[in-house]
Design a binder for this molecule. Structure first.
Ligand SMILES: *Cc1c(COP(=O)(O)O)cnc(C)c1O
Length: 433
């Protein structure tokens, strides 16, 4: 399989697309064609890793990673990804939060780390992955690369602007992970990563790379849980389930839509955003108007310029076409709060603020939409990660799951750094040389 940029550059092979992340022309990599499946292709595949193997094989064809795909999937899915039926029988919940940092980004980060680990196995100097984070991404990437030979991660996060539990997940790793608490905002962290990547000598010396959410290696494995969940429902009932997907940068939602495009039995898809309305406004007005993000309770979805829209338009078409293929609703903070309380009281469900956008989107559906499918709500994070928001709303403590408890019990360490390139370079020398 060859990969092209959404802006035309290419083709490149899978290895190159994984290593570069972003295409040279600034576009995002997509496979030259989507493989076509029907449910019978998965007749012998029951578990998530078996389904994933069938689904991803064509994307790995001709790659030197092809023979390693089963092992890569085994390393990625070392935790369960269950679909739990909800009381009443008309909804289920797809729990993506059983990984090491209790959020769905563990899937993409784990898969990318397993791929790059194999590509880097013979390198003479370590690869240094830079990741600027406002909270969730950095922890998932650090967990995925922790202890991997030949690879280092530098996490940059804004001091004082992430929650205590998030900070712990950014700072509790081994010697190949350097956690920098930047004396500034998230934008300063991002600017520092950009500056470092474009400083030629430094970049060559440390072999800098980035692991942001637009890497195709984070997108592909996310399609597998939609394939597995939809096949499970289809086999049991003969019907295609719908999905409600909490959406920020559109990676998770795109993976769901790609699964449907490839012929998996995915029914209607509804995206739930928070008060950042760039995507719903685009479908309403047909004008693409990215804007600065606004802070919400569902902070991992605070995205004003969702970069995967470039891929979505490439695959599914512009607003007028998209509108027929997907619904989008925006859920503001008041509605998120209400939903967390109500789901707890009425359904005995404890939801994180991101997952609450999906639950609320389902609650607000018309009777017709609701009856059009068995709906699977996508749960993107464990509520214990956002306990300061959730606990006051439900009036009780959220038990911490064992994976998260294990991380919170580890010692934490980080290095303060001023937001400038010289200070950044000095911190790297002190840690790695
Ligand atoms: C990143 C994230 C999202 C948004 O996912 P996208 O792929 O960026 O749309 C939703 N929920 C949680 C908990 C996240 O960490």
């Amino acid at each position: 399989m060859r990969y092209f940029s959404t802006r035309g550059a290419g083709p490149v092979d899978l290895e190159t697309a994984l290593s570069r992340g972003l295409a040279d022309d600034g576009g995002l990599f997509l496979p030259e064609e989507l493989p076509a499946f029907d449910a019978s292709d998965f007749a012998d595949a029951a578990s998530l890793t078996e389904v994933a193997q069938v689904l991803l094989e064509p994307f790995f064809a001709d790659s030197r990673l092809a023979a390693g795909l089963p092992a890569i999937l085994g390393e990625t899915f070392h935790f369960p990804v269950p679909v739990q039926p909800l009381a009443g029988g008309d909804r289920s919940i797809l729990e993506l939060f059983h990984g090491p940092t209790a959020a769905f980004k563990d899937v993409g980060a784990g898969f990318l780390a397993a791929c790059l680990g194999r590509l880097e196995a013979d390198a003479s100097a370590p690869l240094t992955i830079l990741v600027a984070t406002s909270g969730d991404t950095g922890g998932a990437v650090a967990a995925a690369f922790d202890g991997r030979p030949g690879m280092r991660v530098v996490v940059l996060y804004p001091e004082g602007r992430v929650s205590a539990r998030q900070e712990h997940q950014l700072t509790c790793w081994g010697d190949n992970i350097l956690s920098l608490r930047v004396q500034g905002a998230f934008d300063d962290c991002q600017a520092l990563v950009k500056a470092a990547l474009s400083e030629a000598d430094l970049s060559r010396f440390y072999r800098f790379s980035s692991a942001n959410s637009i890497n195709i290696g984070r997108l592909l494995p996310q399609a597998t849980y939609y394939a597995h969940a939809s096949l499970g429902h289809f086999r049991a009932t003969g019907e295609c389930p719908g999905f409600v997907v909490p959406t920020g940068n559109l990676g998770n939602a795109l993976a769901c839509l790609l699964a449907r495009e490839m012929g998996l039995p995915v029914g209607p898809v509804m995206l739930a955003t928070n008060a950042n309305r760039t995507i719903p406004d685009y479908l309403d007005t047909e004008r693409w108007e990215p804007r600065p993000s606004v802070a919400t309770l569902a902070s991992a979805m605070d995205v004003g310029n969702p970069s995967n829209m470039e891929r979505l338009r490439h695959v599914l078409g512009d607003a007028a076409l998209l509108r027929d293929k997907v619904d989008v609703v925006a859920i503001d903070d008041d509605a998120i709060r209400e939903e967390i309380s109500r789901s707890y009281q009425d359904d005995g469900l404890t939801l994180c603020p991101h997952t609450a956008t999906a639950a609320r989107a389902w609650r607000d559906m018309s009777d017709n939409d609701r009856a059009s499918a068995h709906w699977i709500l996508v749960a993107t994070a464990h509520p214990a990660k956002f306990e300061t928001i959730v606990e006051p709303l439900i009036g009780t403590e959220v038990p911490v799951p064992p994976e998260l408890a294990a991380i919170l019990a580890r010692p934490s360490r980080s290095v303060p750094v001023e937001p400038d390139l010289d200070a950044f370079a000095a911190a790297l020398r002190a840690a790695f040389d």
